[in-house]
Design a protein around this ligand. Structure first.
Ligand code: ARG
Length: 296
C-alpha cells in the first residue's frame, strides 16, 4: 500500500483564476469513504459490452499500476479507501462500483445481468456484512452504483442494458428516497455512470454532467428540466469514458484525455485531476467504475 500523503489544501478557485461561468460557485471538498478492488486478476476473456474484445491483449501489471495512481490520488485527497480482496476468475471485480449501492450504512447488494459476473454479488455482500454494513439482499437484477447515482436526496437509476427497472422500485423501498428512472439507449454507454457524472451531490446545489445522446427522449427531458445548469459533455470525451469520473464536490478525478470536460470543469469552479486508466478501458470501465462510495 502507498504511504498516506498530506491531503491537499481544499479550497475553491485558486487566486487569480476566477470562475468564468456566472453560475460557478465556491466549491467545497468533502473527503469520501470508498471501496476499491485491486485489478490483480484483470483481463478480458469475455465480451459483455462493446468495449471488450477478448482477442486484444491486456497487461495486468499495467492495469495494477494505473489503478494504483487512482488509489494514490484518493489518498492524497484525504479519502478513506477500503479494499476488497480480488478473486481469481472474476476479472471485472476491479469495477467496484457494480458491487452494490451504500447509503446510510445500508448496502443494497448487486445481482448481475451476465453469468460471468454473478459471483461478484455475494462476494461484495459478504464484504459489506463483514465491515459493519446492513445488507439488503436484492431480488431484482441490478449492477449497483454502475446504474445508481445519488444526487442530493434523489437516486438517478439507469436501465436499458443492465439494471432491471424493477430494481428501481426495490431501491426506493430500501432507502425510502425518490428514485428517477433514466433509460440508456447506446450500448457503448451501458451503465448510467458511463453517461452521467455527479459533480455536486449537496442537497440544494446538485450539479451533474452528462451525454445527451446516451438517453431516450423522456429521460433527456427529465435531465434538462431538473438540471438546467448541467455540464454537457461532448461525444469525443464521452467516447473515452470521460464521464466516468468521481467528484468530492471540488476535486473531480477524470480521464486525463477528456480535455473539453476538463476545461468545462475548471470554468465551473472545480479542480479536475486527470488519471490514465487506458488498460481498464479495455474492459469498458474508468475512474467511477473502480470506485464504490461508502455512505455511513
Ligand atoms: N466489464 C465490465 C462490465 O461490462 C465493466 C463494468 C464497468 N463498470 C461501471 N460501473 N460502469 O460489466
Amino acid at each position: 500500500m502507498p504511504s498516506t500523503t498530506t491531503p491537499e489544501i481544499q479550497t475553491g478557485q485558486p487566486a487569480g483564476q476566477p470562475a468564468t461561468k456566472a453560475e460557478a460557485r465556491q466549491r467545497k471538498a468533502i473527503a469520501r469513504s470508498v471501496l476499491m478492488c485491486k485489478p490483480e486478476h484483470f483481463t478480458v476473456v469475455y465480451r459483455i459490452n462493446p468495449w471488450m474484445d477478448p482477442a486484444l491483449p491486456t497487461d495486468t501489471s499495467l492495469a495494477v499500476r494505473q489503478w494504483q495512481t487512482l488509489y494514490d490520488v484518493y489518498i492524497s485527497l484525504g479519502f478513506d479507501v477500503k479494499l476488497i480482496d480480488p478473486i481469481e476468475g472474476l476479472p471485472d471485480m476491479v469495477y467496484a462500483a457494480n458491487g452494490g449501492m451504500v447509503i446510510d450504512g445500508i448496502a443494497y447488494g448487486a445481482s448481475f445481468t451476465h453469468p460471468e459476473r454473478q459471483p461478484e454479488g455475494p462476494a461484495y455482500m459478504k464484504w459489506f456484512g463483514d465491515n459493519g454494513f446492513t445488507v439488503a439482499v436484492p431480488e431484482e437484477i441490478n449492477e449497483g452504483e454502475g446504474d445508481f447515482l445519488l444526487v442530493g436526496d434523489t437516486i438517478l437509476a439507469g436501465t436499458g442494458f443492465r439494471s432491471d427497472s424493477r430494481s428501481h422500485q426495490e431501491l426506493g423501498r430500501v432507502y425510502n428516497r425518490e428514485v428517477i428512472t433514466l433509460t440508456l439507449i447506446n450500448p457503448s454507454f451501458y451503465h448510467l455512470d458511463t453517461a452521467l457524472a455527479v459533480l455536486d451531490s449537496t442537497p440544494g446545489q446538485e450539479h451533474i454532467a452528462y451525454l445527451p445522446s446516451a438517453f431516450d427522449a423522456p429521460s433527456l427531458a427529465i435531465l434538462q428540466e431538473r438540471y438546467p445548469d448541467a455540464i454537457i459533455v461532448n461525444e469525443t470525451d464521452a467516447a473515452i469514458l470521460g464521464l466516468n469520473s468521481y467528484s468530492d464536490g471540488l476535486n473531480v478525478v477524470i480521464a486525463s484525455r477528456a480535455k473539453d470536460f476538463e476545461r468545462q470543469l475548471i470554468e465551473h469552479g472545480y479542480n479536475p485531476i486527470g488519471v490514465d486508466l487506458s488498460e481498464l478501458l479495455l474492459g469498458g470501465g474508468g475512474v467511477k467504475c473502480c470506485t464504490l462510495e461508502l455512505r455511513r
